[in-house]
Design a binder for this molecule. Structure first.
Ligand SMILES: N[C@@H](CCC(=O)N[C@@H](CS)C(=O)NCC(=O)O)C(=O)O
Length: 214
C-alpha cells in the first residue's frame, strides 16, 4: 500500500495527499515533521536525506519532493486524468507546476504565511508582506488569463497543474493580505473549494500552527 510520510499541516504534504485522494488510492499517512519530529532520525535520513516531508513510499519505491511525487502519482495512476495525455498536454501541466514553485510559492509561503504564523505580531514585517502580496497578485493575473474560458488550468479537467497551484490557494485566500479581484481565479478557487478531496487535504486551518504572540 502507498505510504506518505508527513504531517497534514505541511502545504507540501497537502499537495501529495490531495493528489492521492483525487486518484482514490488506498494509502497510509504517517505523521512526521513539525511537532511529530522523526526527521532527525537515521531511519528518516534514509527515506529523505534532506530531512523534510513529504516522502512517498510506493511499494518500496521511495520518492521525495512534492511536485515530482505528484507527477509520479499522476503518471502512474492518473493518465488521462491528473496527467494529461500527449507530450504537449503533459508539458503544459508541468509548466504550471514549475510556475507555482518559481513564481508564487516563496511569496505566499516563505514571506506571507511565515510572517503570520512563525513571527510574533510585534516583529512581523508588514512591508515585506505587502510587497510579497503585490508580487503574487501580479503573477496571478497571468493565471487569471489562463483560466479565462477554462474550468481548470489545462482545460475542462482537474490536472496535476491545479493540484500544485491550487494547494497554495487556500493559504493565499485565508491570509489577511491584499488580493486583487481576479474573476477567473476566484471562480476556479471556488470550484476547488467545493471538492471533497480539496476540503479534506488542502483546507486545513493553519491558525493552530501560530507560535505564541503571532
Ligand atoms: N521542496 C520540498 C520542500 C519540502 C518542505 O519544505 N517541507 C517542510 C514542510 S512544508 C518540512 O519538511 N519542514 C520540516 C518539518 O515539517 O518539520 C517539497 O516540495 O517537497
Amino acid at each position: 500500500m502507498l505510504k506518505v510520510w508527513g504531517r497534514k499541516t505541511s502545504v507540501n504534504v497537502q499537495k501529495v495527499m490531495w493528489a492521492v485522494a483525487e486518484l482514490g488510492l488506498p494509502h497510509e499517512r504517517i505523521d512526521a515533521g513539525g511537532p511529530f519530529g522523526r526527521l532527525d532520525t537515521p531511519e528518516y535520513a534514509v527515506l529523505n536525506p534532506n530531512r523534510q516531508v513529504p516522502v512517498l513510499d510506493d511499494n518500496g519505491f521511495i520518492l521525495w519532493e512534492s511536485n515530482p511525487i505528484v507527477r509520479y502519482l499522476a503518471e502512474q495512476y492518473g493518465r488521462g486524468t491528473l496527467a494529461p495525455e500527449g507530450r504537449h498536454g503533459y508539458a503544459r501541466a508541468d509548466q504550471w507546476m514549475e510556475w507555482s514553485i518559481t513564481e508564487i510559492y516563496r511569496d505566499i509561503i516563505g514571506v506571507c504565511f511565515t510572517n503570520f504564523v512563525r513571527v510574533t505580531a510585534k516583529d512581523r514585517d508588514t512591508a515585506a508582506i505587502a510587497a510579497a502580496a503585490k508580487r503574487v497578485g501580479d503573477k496571478l493575473v497571468i493565471l487569471d488569463r489562463q483560466l479565462d474560458g477554462r474550468a481548470f488550468i489545462c482545460g475542462d479537467k482537474l490536472t496535476m497543474a491545479d493540484i500544485a497551484v491550487g494547494t497554495l490557494m487556500y493559504r493565499y485566500y485565508t491570509l489577511p493580505v491584499e488580493r486583487p479581484k481576479l474573476a477567473n481565479v476566484d471562480r476556479w478557487y471556488g470550484s476547488l473549494s467545493a471538492r471533497a478531496p480539496y476540503q479534506a487535504h488542502a483546507m486545513i486551518d493553519w491558525q493552530p500552527m501560530k507560535i505564541p504572540g503571532a
